[in-house]
Design a binder for this molecule. Sequence first.
Ligand SMILES: *Cc1c(COP(=O)(O)O)cnc(C)c1O
Length: 487
Amino acid sequence: MQNNTDFPLLFELSQTGRTGYSLPPLDVPETDTAEAFDSAYIRTEPAALPELSELQIIRHYTALSRRNYGVDSGFYPLGSCTMKYNPKINEDIIRMDGFSHIHPYQDPKTAQGALEVMFDLQEQLKEITGMHDVSLQPAAGAHGEWAGLMMIRALHEKNGETQRTKVIVPDTAHGTNPASATVAGFEAVTVKSNEQGLVDLDDLRRLVGEDTAALMLTNPNTLGLFEKDILEMAEIVHEAGGKLYYDGANLNAIMGYTRPGDMGFDVVHLNLHKTFTGPHGGGGPGSGPVGVSEELAAFLPKPVVRKLDGIVILDEDRPESIGRVKPYYGNFGINVRAYTYIRTMGPEGLKRVSEYAVLNANYMMRRLSEVFELPYTQHCKHEFVLSGRKQKKLGVRTLDIAKRLLDFGYHPPTIYFPLNVEEALMIEPTETEAKETLDSFIDTMLEIAKDAEENPEIVQEAPYTTIVSRMDETTAARKPILRYIPE
Ligand SMILES: *Cc1c(COP(=O)(O)O)cnc(C)c1O
């Protein structure tokens, strides 16, 4: 298979016998691999890795990084994913020797500083979410969802309520919600949204019952709208014996104003890599701590970080715990970055984040709604959803608009999601962008809309300025190249 761009792959540059590293002489006793490992796990032939010099590798990745797009290169209004600025002080802090050179098998007595940070981060997250206890273990949002649902499952089992097999999820929910419910062994059931984009309470009442394990919800929901009837919803679910799960991947709209714990939620996960500025993309790295009410605290993943008489310990003595969900203690690097962020912002700063995130989103929503259809007209929270229905009638689809944005140097918003909005464009500006940036993006969107009316083919054929034009994304997803086989 030949890579058909002018950008050679490392495999194509490879020359047999070339190396880019040299190891220092062995200064520990040599171990016989055949003795140390089960033969089933020992490689019988060398891995098919490219052989290059260090300089070739550095140039390759430097060139790739120039083709990359990230928050540091431009506006990235990806709805639901909170691509906000990652403050560089986070990087200074995590690179401190005491954090970056620590070993997970080190005796906790010698790692008190790092453990203290974890303990204090748990405390901060308890305060931010209004939950009774928190575990930092899950490695991402979806992982936190799964861990949270496993705890709900454990609680129902302990109470002898094994008939609670259903998890109710709104039709606007993030795809990970029904997926996590399924992986945790539940059946995901969809509750409808009403004309205002909020959960339909009558449909919820119809769905809850003896078999309800939980309702999974995010508030503001995935349309960026606040579920104002949340207290009533909590009552409906709790009265039926179910639990409330809060998808806190995006806390950007509510920090300092309200808390999942105060809305009646029993379990919540947070995405520290979104709201709390962990750099993320391409699937990692993440951190998805889970917080729980007192009733569920015994089931938290173990070990939990505890402080006794001024000493921080890793408490393994947790008989009802769902067990360990991640090697070691979670994604420590992302946790330290989030901790740095929380401490540098302080409570007032986090509150301002919510204010600016909501203000920026509403400003953009109102200006863009002059040209794009706005399916839900009330004020939004940190994000909003437009419909490209009008443009579609002119032959320009939302996908075309997204591709055209690339020519102007913008990362497109989330598209075709949530599924209940036709030709959806889901925009989240975040709090960190200047008004001029928001205005330029809005102007670009208006220009594209004008082209859709006057010169639709310009939009339909875009992008023109990128290294590759339109890709066959379906084939890329369905038939990934798992291993490059050089000719
Ligand atoms: C991103 C996101 C998730 C999933 O988080 P991951 O860290 O990608 O697993 C879940 N729910 C919502 C609303 C999200 O935006």
